[in-house]
Design a protein around this ligand. Structure first.
Ligand code: ATP
Length: 240
């Protein structure tokens, strides 16, 4: 479904991604692992065209989307949930969710389905339903993360880019977020590219993973094998 071929991305003179190649099959959860500054967020931002690649190809459903502006990438079915959630704080939960579907208001068919999708999101996140009239800025960190994911889903993405969804959240809330990610794949078949500091939890849920070091892919493999890999354990998985 998605293929990056020899991608190079720069911030000024900083060469943040060096010949990165990776792929995701439809319905897969793939995780990116690496230390701070390894280039994980840059990969997501390069796919979504927030930080365009200087060279290389990004094939999505066989079309080269490298060089497309971000809004066209979204229209093609790729949606990013950025690090730090970035919900619209003064707006209600429900307004935030509806904004996620703004591209679909253009036609009658799309509008009809928005109400149904809203119901689906509320089934996935009952907490958001309880708080649907509340201003998003007054939600807890975990609830804001749920809202950010829910808002992205309202765009019916084929590929979801998730940046550090567990950042700063309590362990129980992290479990809840991970449960939803697993449900999404199971029930909707959403393909997910996941960036996580919590590499162990991410690998337990993912099908495959890529390990990045200073802008390069240094290792890739089946998630369960990466979990057993001594180098990965030593560098990224910690104890417990
Ligand atoms: P983290 O886990 O800390 O978020 P990361 O693996 O996501 O790290 P990136 O944010 O992708 O790493 O950063 C990759 C490299 O690019 C780093 O060296 C970082 O300092 C640099 N970088 C990121 N954003 C910018 C920017 N806006 N301007 C200049 N350099 C940047």
């Amino acid at each position: 479904m998605l293929k990056l071929k020899n991608i190079n991305t720069f911030y000024g003179k900083v060469h943040a991604l060096k010949n990165v190649s990776l792929h995701l099959a439809k319905g897969e959860i793939v995780t990116l692992i690496g230390a701070n500054g390894a280039g994980k967020t840059t990969i997501l931002n390069t796919i979504s065209a927030v930080t365009p690649a200087a060279s290389g190809e990004i094939l999505f459903a066989d079309a080269n989307i490298a060089g497309m502006p971000p809004d066209r990438v979204v229209r093609n079915g790729i949606c990013q949930v950025p690090e730090g959630r970035q919900v619209f704080k003064p707006l209600s939960v429900e307004d935030n969710l509806e904004l996620g579907a703004y591209l679909r208001y253009r036609n009658r068919e799309g509008r009809k389905e928005i109400g149904k999708d809203l119901d689906d999101i509320y089934v996935l996140f009952p907490r958001l339903h309880e708080r649907r009239k509340q201003a998003a800025g007054t939600l807890s960190g975990g609830e804001q993360q749920m809202l950010a994911i829910g808002r992205a889903l309202m765009g019916r993405p084929q590929l979801l880019l998730l940046d550090e969804p567990s950042m700063g959240l309590a362990p129980l809330v992290v479990q809840e977020i991970f449960r939803v990610i697993a449900t999404l794949r199971q029930e909707k078949g959403t393909t997910i590219l996941l960036v996580e500091q919590n590499a162990k939890a991410a690998l337990k849920m993912a099908d495959r993973g890529y390990v990045l070091e200073t802008g390069k892919v240094i290792l890739e493999g089946i998630a369960s094998e990466l979990l057993e890999n001594k180098e990965v354990q030593r560098a990224y998985l910690g104890k417990d």
